[in-house]
Design a protein around this ligand. Structure first.
Ligand code: ATP
Ligand code: MG
Length: 417
């Protein structure tokens, strides 16, 4: 493994531990990625120093986590995660607890590297790079599995998925990202244990959702999630619609491809966009029901339905409000793109969610769900000067003098123009 692949901050942490007499290894995704000649995303360090001892060595260090007690060493924006070796914790009286399905709730039993390795998930994630002599320590055949591009779970797959069902999502994510094949035993155990994902707290799945769909391989990840019935576990409402609505399926696919293209081009991606796409069909269905029952505009109905569908979705994935609120705006705006005349239509350009809503509408038009004339109109008007815009929207411009004389209340009520 080339040392050039390791960040200066990670090297600093490794050498400080080493010079203080501790064992210091890089471990996990960074070793795996470096061996595959991919740029590691972040660096995890494993050591025999306890979290308190690590804190003693670094002033820029904070201890975090209850489930796993870890040290975070900060260098500007970069955080190096330093974990103490842990034992598998199989004894009743150890500081580890399981729920009735065998899921690990907490484990803080320190151990040696020989013990630490067996609690890791996949063989490719269980390689240790020793800073003392730059050697790779491989207890599980990880090097061979990387060479043959095979995702292999350490230990008995059924048991490992029972301990932590999130490993099924991780399996899919790594297979998609690394272009690895899933070991047949892993595939079998995934099919058998998919329902266990329902026991995982929604709070833990938001992070996982981000990693699944914003890592640049959303489309492949989605296909695998679907193949194993995992998608239905995390987005049940979306899954039901996808089964019966080909247009919606094409729309979702286009959105996933679009997300991957953006990530590849280093453009920003916001989770609220893809959430909006996933929840769009369920939201539209409920909005239509609201409109049949009550007298409300399409935007109002969409807004209410978005609230209801997002609340239901929260039971599986805890989505922070800062994403659900803009998502509702983005979706509720959609009917307004159909109106291309008048001041209210023109004002849409200044809406704070215009950009996201426009991208959403363009994606719909890409798969034939919005008229291309509408898409072209909204694309073109953005490039026009104020005068030309008024013309395109057929907005009457008043003389300055007249506008001054106009009563305030009437001026605000531009919806009637
Ligand atoms: P990436 O950072 O590229 O997403 P990673 O492999 O580094 O992938 P992390 O979530 O950062 O994944 O975890 C670091 C390491 O911790 C993993 O490589 C694995 O060895 C171990 N690990 C993480 N989550 C689990 C888990 N749920 N079960 C067992 N081991 C895990
Ligand atoms: Mg990592």
């Amino acid at each position: 493994m080339s040392r050039n692949a390791i960040s200066d901050s990670a090297l600093k942490v490794l050498y400080r531990l080493h010079n203080a007499g501790y064992q210091a290894f890089l471990v996990g995704g960074c070793v795996r990625d470096a061996m595959l000649e991919l740029q590691p995303k972040d660096f995890d360090v494993a050591t025999n120093a306890t979290p308190d001892e690590v804190r003693g060595l670094f002033s820029n260090c904070r201890l975090i986590g209850r489930r796993f007690r870890l040290a975070h060493v900060r260098f500007g924006r970069e955080v190096i995660e330093v974990a103490t070796f842990r034992a598998a914790a199989i004894h009743e009286d150890d500081d580890v607890s399981h729920d009735k399905e065998g899921r690990i709730l907490r484990d803080n039993v320190y151990g040696t590297i020989e013990e630490d390795v067996w609690r890791r998930d996949f063989t490719c994630n269980a390689l240790y790079y020793n800073i003392a002599d730059f050697s790779i320590w491989d207890y599980t055949g990880g090097v061979r599995d990387i060479e043959r591009r095979m995702l292999v779970l350490i230990g008995d797959p059924d048991q490992r998925f029972r301990e932590d069902p999130v490993r099924m999502l991780r399996a899919v994510r790594f297979a998609a990202k690394l272009n690895f094949e899933l070991d047949p035993l892993v595939r079998k155990a995934m099919h058998a244990n998919v329902a266990l994902l329902g026991n995982v707290p929604a709070a833990r799945l938001f992070d996982e959702f981000l990693k699944l769909f914003q890592g640049g391989h959303a489309q492949r990840t989605f296909e695998l999630l679907w193949e194993f019935g995992l998608f239905d576990q995390i987005f049940p409402q979306t899954s039901r619609e996808l089964e019966q609505d080909q247009d919606f399926a094409r729309f979702v696919k286009a959105a996933l491809q679009n997300t991957d293209r953006r990530v590849a081009a280093d453009k920003s991606v916001t989770p609220m966009f893809l959430l909006g796409v996933f929840l769009w069909a369920p939201i539209r269905r409920i909005a239509a029901r609201y409109r049949a029952e009550d007298d409300m505009t399409e935007s109002q109905a969409l807004n209410l339905a978005a609230y209801e569908v997002a609340s239901e979705q929260q039971r599986r994935i805890a989505i922070p409000k800062r994403f659900t609120v803009p998502m509702r705006d983005m979706l509720a705006i959609q009917p307004r793109f159909l109106a291309t005349e008048g001041r209210r239509a023109m004002k849409l350009l200044d809406h704070k969610r215009f950009r996201a809503a426009y991208d959403f509408m363009m994606l719909m038009s890409e798969v034939g769900l919005v008229d291309t004339a509408i898409a072209e109109f909204w694309t073109e008007v953005q490039t026009l000067s104020a005068d030309k815009r008024n013309e395109r929207f057929q907005v009457q411009t008043r003389s300055r003098a007249r506008r001054k004389r106009r009563p305030r209340a009437k001026q605000a009520n531009d919806a009637t123009e």
